[in-house]
Design a protein around this ligand. Structure first.
Ligand code: DAH
Length: 340
């Protein structure tokens, strides 16, 4: 019996399974109720006393050898099912996954949101498809007023009352209609204008509108808020200047320039040798606009401003063609990383 067991041990050692089926055959042959091991245990009863100890140990070794072999192969076969690869090598280095980068406009949008969040401005969004009231009338653009020509509107053909919003100022109105002052919010979003596409203009672009309504809000508050914003965005040496302008929804109105961040005001071709670049429009909210939103202009005042995200991004990253932001060329997009 001893030699028989030793023969089986050698057989088990040299056995290799070429698949789950052959392994199952092997298991049945040795471990089933009528298999070799059960048979040997039966015969073990007849082994004479003095040989019992040695034979018993050998028999246990045989049983363990079969079980170990089966377990080894089972693990290997399971791995293959998971990976579908019989030549799996877990020590190989993994493929490099390129993480991608955020779009530059999205980076600038986040930066603007962060700068204003630090002084208590919340973020609200409004619809891109607007009605005439929110995009024009409530903002003090009378019907047929030439100011409407400032913005080349996309109308929905079947309904002249419905437009693609030409600016995010429409969200000012929606917010003032819904909320009671104090209101301190910015409204980022996409806007649409029927303009010829060129290096400087696009028919779809992005704006951020700002609105602050409370008691005793003055032009000084507006100026200080915009100075803070400009320095956070373009560096602490940035200067601002406000030039009188006209918008129907603000009175007084202004356009704001920053000292050219490229040449620090010395003069270059970005600022056309003036040392200044325009970045936004702003003003004190016209009392008629407050009234349109049922806010009492005797009690409340406020300021508003609006800027183009592409414009800020072009100045900050020195990109001279707005179309690059919409072409999705990865060679362009990969160059931008978030400011920490
Ligand atoms: N809505 C203006 C535009 O698209 C920008 C603007 C100017 C927004 C002055 C304002 C503002 O809130 O006060 O050109």
């Amino acid at each position: 019996m001893k030699t028989k067991i030793e023969d089986y041990l050698r057989e088990i050692e040299s056995y290799s399974a070429n698949g789950a089926d052959s392994l199952e055959q092997f298991r049945i042959r040795f471990l089933s109720k009528k298999g070799i091991i059960a048979d040997l245990f039966d015969q073990f009863r007849e082994v004479p006393g003095p040989q019992k100890k040695e034979t018993g140990q050998l028999l246990n070794t045989l049983k363990n050898a079969v079980q170990t072999k089966i377990e080894q192969y089972r693990e290997a076969f399971e791995q293959q099912v998971v990976t579908g690869d019989s030549n799996l090598d877990l020590s190989l280095p993994a493929d490099f996954l390129e993480p991608g980068t955020r779009h530059p406009l999205s980076l600038i949008r986040s930066e603007i949101v962060k700068i204003f969040a630090n002084i208590g401005f919340t973020v609200t969004e409004g619809p891109e498809i607007e009605d005439d009231w929110h995009n024009f009338s409530a903002l003090n653009f009378p019907p047929e007023h030439p100011a409407r020509d400032m913005q080349d509107t996309f109308f929905i053909e079947s309904d002249p009352d419905i437009v693609l919003r030409t600016h995010t100022s429409s969200v000012q109105i929606r917010t003032m209609e819904k909320e009671k002052p104090p209101i301190r919010s910015i409204f980022p979003g996409r806007v649409f204008r029927n303009e010829a596409i060129s290096a400087r203009a696009h028919c779809i672009f992005h704006q951020v509108e700002g609105l602050y309504i409370d008691k005793n809000v003055s032009f000084t508050d507006l100026k200080q808020t915009l100075l803070y914003f400009s320095r956070e965005m373009f560096g602490s040496n940035t200067q601002i200047r406000l030039r009188p302008s006209y918008f129907p929804f603000t009175e007084p109105s202004a356009e704001m320039d920053i000292s050219c961040n490229i040449c620090s005001g010395k003069g270059c071709n970005i600022c056309k040798y003036t040392g200044w670049v325009e970045i936004l429009g702003c003003g004190m909210v016209d009392p008629a606009v407050l009234e349109n939103c049922h806010i009492d202009p005797q009690v409340y005042t406020g300021f508003a401003f609006g800027m183009g995200i592409e414009r800020i991004a072009m100045l900050k990253y020195i990109v001279r063609d707005i179309r690059l932001y919409f072409e999705n060329d990865l060679r362009f997009l990969r160059q931008f990383v978030a400011a920490s």
